[in-house]
Design a protein around this ligand. Sequence first.
Ligand code: HEC
Length: 139
Amino acid sequence: MRPSGFLMKTVACAMCSIAATALAQPTMDLGQREYESKCAVCHGTDGKGGGPYAEQLKRRLPDLTTLARSNGGVFPVSRTFDTIEGAGKGHGTRDMPVWGLDYTILATEALPELPYNQAVYVRKRITALVGYLSRLQVK
Ligand code: HEC
């Protein structure tokens, strides 16, 4: 017996509404999620430097919303990427960055047991962060 037209339409309709509901969900901003979990504690959720940990630091926190302005109006993409990947200064050492090894591209031979490409994964997370920071810039 062939499925009735009515049944087919009902199934199609249900699938459509599931798809519509999925599309209506706000998409998770990976960069924002990374920023809020690893950076905001010092730099503040707005990037201006007023995070809850700021007063514990000896260094004054830079305003991350003016990186473009102080670079002639161009957001310094590769410098920001390197700051995160390389750590250093207020971010701890490259071996022991304040955010752990989440943004450290390790030599793949050091991680033979990982079932995915660690370098690609780390680059993606840093790139998302850099993208998020670029959207925090003041004009
Ligand atoms: C423990 C506190 C702390 C955390 C956590 C932290 N930062 Fe920083 N950050 C600092 C301090 C202090 C400085 C300024 C001193 C320096 O240059 O290292 C700084 C400087 C920077 C700069 C350089 C700004 C400039 O003027 O060039 C960038 C970019 C930056 N942080 C991004 C981040 C990002 C992205 C994260 C999260 C992945 C993060 N920071 C997490 C303390 C922190």
